[in-house]
Design a protein around this ligand. Structure first.
Ligand SMILES: [Zn+2]
Ligand SMILES: [Zn+2]
Length: 328
């Protein structure tokens, strides 16, 4: 008998419903867990996603894509297979995909985190027989401090910079990290700006009804004087070198889970790292696996070998899947 979900070279496939989850290659029917580019790829004929993913999917994949949206917990049936999406707590609109057929339940969690980031809905534990989990930070060395503590650290850094007339350039992914930061760090009585890509995402989400404060776009012809001591939200992919060239006195802070154990060579132009992640840490991964109630676990992304071995040692039937290695 075919498995309910198969792990193919195009992505996670449900043969009974003929639908893929986050396919890596063009397919007819794609269910998308969230709008990050390693999960939501262009060129599929039909998309289905959570309604809060719509704005970003249309912005990134094209306004005209064929897209059906559903709410969390809303069930829909394809050829006898019952599907529903549940909060993954990763970024806005991110969803775990629950798949049920003939008394068997699989959950493909996609990217997720358990801690509340103050912006997107919190992860929901969904009972299943088979749980497909990520393991981006699937090593015991990864343990996040509470978000509030990290935000205090960032605030102190921004205030110190301001007192020294230094511009704070706070970096992180434009989708996910930036909304957390903008939501938490908007109470300064000096200038707050965003680079064009950050502001584009922020405005699109505000139009879609997200509760986010307005951030002023940083114009390319900005006046240096006005940016002394200011805060700039910037994405790493933005024109950082052009921006830095024009700024006089600035300090770069970078928000990423990879900052937990110091900056790597990839972050040579970063002055200060803040360990803030939209992925689960070691304890969160273990909690998610335990609370799923699943006997069988598939592990994707990052530390798949170590995490699946750890789970096997604990008595789970755990296997790593290679095809989705990467960050995001
Ligand atoms: Zn990812
Ligand atoms: Zn992601």
């Amino acid at each position: 008998m075919a498995m309910l979900l198969e792990l193919t070279n195009k992505g996670i496939y449900c043969p009974q419903a003929d639908v893929y989850i986050d396919p890596h290659r063009r397919v007819e029917n794609a269910i998308i867990t969230h709008a990050h580019s390693d999960h939501a790829r262009p060129g599929n004929s039909h998309y289905l996603a959570h309604k809060d993913s719509e704005a970003m999917l249309r912005m990134r994949l094209g306004e005209q894509i064929s897209l059906r949206t559903v709410a969390y917990g809303e069930t829909f049936t394809i050829n006898g297979v019952k599907f529903s999406l549940h909060p993954a707590g990763h970024i806005i609109g991110s969803a775990q995909i629950r798949v049920e057929f003939k008394d068997e339940v699989w959950v493909a969690a996609g990217d997720y985190k358990l801690h509340d980031d103050g912006f997107c809905p919190v992860f929901e534990h969904v009972k299943c027989n088979v749980f497909i989990t990520e393991s981006t930070f699937g090593l015991p060395i990864y343990k996040w401090q509470p978000q509030q503590q990290t935000m205090q650290d960032i605030t102190a850094w921004i205030n110190t910079n301001n007192q020294q007339q230094t511009t704070s350039v706070l970096m992180g992914y434009s989708l996910g990290k930036m909304q957390r930061l903008i939501k938490q760090l908007n109470h300064f009585d000096f200038g707050i700006y965003g680079t064009s890509d950050v502001v584009a995402v922020n405005e699109r989400l505000r139009e879609a009804g997200c509760d986010l404060p307005y951030v002023k776009p940083l114009k390319s012809n900005f006046v240096k004087e006005n940016l002394k001591g200011a805060l700039i939200f910037a994405s790493p992919s933005g024109a950082r070198s052009a921006l830095f060239k024009k700024l006089e006195n600035y300090s770069v802070g970078y928000c990423s889970g990879w900052m937990l154990h110091g900056k790597s060579k990839y972050f040579s132009d970063v002055d200060r790292g803040f360990a803030l992640s939209d992925h689960a840490d070691w304890d969160e991964l273990n909690t998610a696996v335990k609370e799923s109630g699943a006997e069988k676990i598939y592990v994707t992304h990052g530390s798949t070998t170590a995490f699946s071995k750890w789970l096997c040692d604990k008595g789970y039937d755990a296997k790593e899947i290679e095809f989705m290695k990467g960050v995001g």
